[in-house]
Design a protein around this ligand. Sequence first.
Ligand SMILES: *[C@@H]1O[C@H](CO)[C@@H](O)[C@H](O)[C@H]1NC(C)=O
Ligand SMILES: *[C@@H]1O[C@H](CO)[C@@H](O)[C@H](O)[C@H]1NC(C)=O
Ligand SMILES: *[C@@H]1O[C@H](CO)[C@@H](O)[C@H](O)[C@H]1NC(C)=O
Ligand SMILES: *[C@@H]1O[C@H](CO)[C@@H](O)[C@H](O)[C@H]1NC(C)=O
Ligand SMILES: *[C@@H]1O[C@H](CO)[C@@H](O)[C@H](O)[C@H]1NC(C)=O
Length: 533
Amino acid sequence: MGWSFPLSPLVTTITIVLLLCVTLQTKVVKAFPLYTQNRWIVDGNATRVKLACVNWVSHLEYMVAEGLGERPLDGIAKEIKSMGFNCVRLTWPIYLITNDSLATLTVRQSFNNLGLPQAISALQVNNPSLIDLPLIKAYQDVVKGLGDKGLMVILDNHVSKPQWCCSNDDGNGFFGDQYFDPDLWIKGLTKMATLFKGVTNVVAMSLRNELRGPRQNANDWFKYMPKGAEAVHGANPDVLVIMSGLNYDLDLSFLRKQQVKLSFSRKLVFELHWYSFSDGDSWTTENPNQVCGKVTGRVMRSAGYLLEQGYPLVLSEFGWDLRGTNQNDNSYFNCLLPLAAQLDFDWAYWTLAGSYYLREGTVGLIEVYGILTQNTTLPTTTFLLQRISAIQLPYRGPGLSEVEAHKVIFHPLTGLCISGKLEPLKLGPCSNSEGWEYTAQKVLSVKGRNSTCLQAEGEGKEAKLGNECSVWEIVSDSKLHLSSKINNASDVCLDVDSNNNIVTNACKCLSGDKTCDPASQWFKLVDSTRKST
Ligand SMILES: *[C@@H]1O[C@H](CO)[C@@H](O)[C@H](O)[C@H]1NC(C)=O
Ligand SMILES: *[C@@H]1O[C@H](CO)[C@@H](O)[C@H](O)[C@H]1NC(C)=O
Ligand SMILES: *[C@@H]1O[C@H](CO)[C@@H](O)[C@H](O)[C@H]1NC(C)=O
Ligand SMILES: *[C@@H]1O[C@H](CO)[C@@H](O)[C@H](O)[C@H]1NC(C)=O
Ligand SMILES: *[C@@H]1O[C@H](CO)[C@@H](O)[C@H](O)[C@H]1NC(C)=O
C-alpha cells in the first residue's frame, strides 16, 4: 500500500516525538462511569474525557473482529493504544445475541459455515484461545482484551442481520425493514446492555448505526429511539447512550424542533457520520475553499449545532483513503481536521483493520481506509497518525483548563501547529506549540511575550516574529487562509515551504479555480486552554 507524500525528514522525526508525547499523555481514566455535562463527556470527577476512538468491525456474516487471524488480540490492543487512541467503537449485529442458531456457533463453526478455512487456520495460529469459543464469548474476550490495555469501548449496534452495511435496501436500514424488527432490536439491546453491566471499560452503547432508507422518518425516530435508550439504561445505567441521525447519520437537523425525552439525564450523546462521498464528488468539481465553506456549513446546520444546544456529539465515522490518490478524500480531510480541532468533539476513525476476512463476496478485501496494514501488523502510514494526533488530546473542557485561553495555529495538511518557539518559524507538534493571541486589531502574537507578533516580510519570504505586527485577515469561504497586505499593496497568505518553515506566498485559489489545491495555506486558529508540553 506504500504511498508517498511530500514529507521532510523533520516531519518524520517530529512524528516519532509526537507519538511518544501522545502515548505518555493519554490519561488512564479511572472515574468511570462517564456522564455528560453540557456538550462534554466527563468522568465521575467532572473532568472531561475525550473519546478518540477507532472503529473495529465485528458485524459481518461471521461476527468476528477483523484481523484476529493475523495478530494476537493483545498485540492489536497494544497497537491501538500506542497509536494514541483511547477507545474503540466495536460493531455488533443484533442477531449475535438474539438468534439462537447463530449465537450458539463457535468462531470455528461460523467461519466453516461460510467456507473460510483459511481464517480458521490463521486464528488457530494467532488467537487459538478464541477459536472454539461461542461467538458472543469471543466478542466479550475482545472487549476484555481492549480493557486490559486501558481502552474504552463503545458497543455499536451496526445492523440486525450480520452483513456489510449500508444501503437503502439491505433490510437493516429503518424500523420495520425486513430484518429490522423494533421489538427484536429492543430485546437485543437489552441483552447486550445486561451482558456488559459492570464491565467498566464499556462506556457507551450506540443504539443503531446509520438509520436510512425509504421507511425513514422523524416521527418513528422519536417513537423508537427513546425506547431503545430506556431499554439500555434500564439494563445498564452506567453506559452513555448514543443516538444516530437519519440519512446514513448525516442528518440530525430534525432535533432542532423537537427534543428527545428520556426518564434519565446526563447520559445522552448524538453521533454524526461524515465522509468525502457524503458530498458526492464536489471536492474535486468545485473550488476547494468554496466546497469547504459550504460543507462545513452543512455539517454545522445538520448536526454541529447540537453542541451549542448542550449535547455531546461524536463524529463516529470519518475516514481517509490512505493511498493518498483520492483527491476528493484529500481535500475533504484537509477541511474536516480544522473543524474537528476547533469544535474539539469526540470521534471514531473508520477503520482499524486493513482487510476483511470476507466482505460482499470477496475474501480478503482490502480496506483503503484501514489504519493497519492488510496483515494487521503495522500502521499503514504514520502520516495519518501524525495528522490525527492533533485531535486526539482535548484542547479544552471541564477540569482540564490548565492555562489561560489562547489559540494554537493548526495546519491540517501536516497535522502540525506553528510552534512559535523555534526561529526560523516552523511547524511542530500541536502539543508543544506556544499559546497565541489573535487580537481585535487582527494581530497574531505569542501570549505573554513582548515584541513577538507574526510579521509578513513579503512574497516568497519567511514570516518572522518581531514588533512590526502585520494585520492578518481570515479570508476565503473556507476561512482557513491568513492573509496580510505588504506595503499596502499585494496580499500574501501564510504558507509553509518544503522544510516546514513558515513563509508567505501569493494566496492560492481563494475562489473560482477548481484545479488548484490551496491546502498548504490552510491554517485554523484553534481555541485551547491546554498547557504546552
Ligand atoms: C476523583 O479523583 C480522586 C483523586 O484523583 C479519586 O480519589 C476519586 O476516586 C475520584 N472520584 C471518582 C468519583 O472517581
Ligand atoms: C437466524 O439466522 C439465520 C441465519 O441468518 C436465519 O436463517 C434465521 O431466520 C434467523 N432466525 C431468526 C429468528 O431471526
Ligand atoms: C505485513 O505487511 C507489511 C507491508 O504491508 C510488511 O512490511 C510486513 O513485513 C508484513 N508483516 C508480516 C508479519 O507479514
Ligand atoms: C512588555 O513591555 C512593557 C513595556 O515595555 C513592560 O512594561 C512589560 O513588563 C513587558 N512584558 C513582558 C511580559 O515582558
Ligand atoms: C498605507 O496606507 C495608509 C493609508 O492609505 C498610509 O497612511 C500609510 O502610510 C501607507 N503605508 C505604507 C507603508 O505605504
